[in-house]
Write a protein that binds this ligand. Structure first.
Ligand SMILES: O=C(Nc1cc(-c2cc3c([nH]2)[C@]2(CCCNC2)CNC3=O)ccn1)c1cccc(C(F)(F)F)c1
Length: 319
């Protein structure tokens, strides 16, 4: 339920900006009663999907790999009706900031498997309830603590949607576990975009650069779009010769261009690389070195993932 009083009565806003999302900016807040840190996201009501973002993120909060929503306020902020989401503060920061900064301890293939298992857990929670996230990218994956044991959690439901008309419409949120065959192609397409994005994140995690490059620093080039559509990418030997075949095989099945042939989240979670993380070799990876070496190349990666996501979403509209 929404708190009726104003957010500033319960929380003190700080100047510390934690980033900006699709539908709004995020600042650190302090709960007046307890002194606990939180993250406030201001969502202007008239921005597209604002209601759905709040509803779906609040609903998904019960999953341990989704950033928890502690409070929701409906206030007028800067003369505009807004939703104010108070989330648990994630001081571990974003996934790739952490990877870039661990120069001393290189991440291993097993670390990557554990990271992908946590992302998969969040995506499986959503897909079982016919919710597609549609904005899966490293900057929307945050660590709950600063130490390595901390949980990785998904945030930003600004593009999330229910792929079935019924789904969460029912008042008491009865989950609607439609069998995949019940979903039409378009509905399956939305969810399979999440699996494709996970494939790109897994690829970058294992080597430190993206599978699809744009030409000469354009954010998205026709050449890159073609390579995405044709599924043209390689596993350059330098980084990939010591990486297990199971990992490469899994990436191939997630980056399969044909939506009907691409694996779904259940096949991903049941694959040996994810189901038995402890059996994955702890081979050290080149990831942090490659990301550190050329930081703006990582910004490049972010831009490319962003535009690939947009392309997928636009394509989906067309379908
Ligand atoms: O990002 C931090 N805490 C955080 C952040 C969020 C958060 C929500 C959203 C985002 N962050 C982004 C920011 C831009 C990139 N995409 C994600 C846009 N959309 C969101 O919905 C939620 C909860 N805790 C953080 C990082 C380092 C230190 C600390 C602090 F010291 F404050 F604890 C917090």
């Amino acid at each position: 339920g929404f708190s009726k009083n104003t957010v500033t009565e319960d929380y003190q806003l700080t100047r510390e900006k934690l980033g900006t999302g699709i539908n709004g900016s995020v600042v650190k807040v302090i709960h007046r009663q307890t002194g606990a840190e939180g993250a406030l996201k201001i969502i202007i009501k008239e921005s597209r999907n604002s209601e759905l973002e709040v509803k779906l993120h609040a609903y998904a909060s019960q999953c341990e790999n989704v950033v928890r929503i502690l409070d929701v306020y409906e206030n007028i902020y800067r003369q505009r009706p807004c939703y104010l989401l108070i989330m648990e503060c994630m001081p571990g920061g974003e996934l790739f900031d952490r990877i870039q900064n661990t120069t001393q301890t290189k991440i291993t293939e097993r670390d990557a498997a554990d990271i992908m298992r946590q992302i998969g857990n969040a995506v499986m929670f959503l897909h079982r309830r016919n919710i597609a996230h549609r904005d899966l990218k490293p900057e929307n994956l945050l660590y709950s603590e600063r130490n390595f044991q901390s949980l990785l959690k998904l945030t930003d439901f600004g593009f999330a949607k229910e792929v079935t008309q019924k789904g969460l419409e029912t008042p008491c949120f009865t989950p609607y576990y439609a069998a995949p065959e019940v979903l039409n192609e378009k509905q399956r397409y939305d969810m399979s975009c999440d699996v494709w994005s996970m494939g790109v994140i897994m690829y970058v995690l294992l080597c430190g650069y993206p599978p699809f490059y744009s030409d000469h620093g354009f954010s998205i080039s026709p050449g890159m779009k073609k390579r995405i559509r044709q599924g043209e990418y390689t596993f350059p030997d330098k980084e990939w010769k010591n990486i297990s075949l199971t990992a490469k095989d899994l990436i191939k099945r997630m980056l399969t261009v044909d939506v009907n042939k691409r694996i779904d989240i259940y096949e991903f979670m049941n694959s040996p690389w994810v189901a038995n993380v402890r059996e994955v070799p702890s081979t050290p990876l080149f990831t942090s070195a490659n990301m550190m070496e050329d930081p703006d190349c990582y910004r490049e990666t972010q831009r490319e993932m962003e535009s690939a996501l947009q392309t997928m979403r636009v394509d989906n509209k067309v379908k």
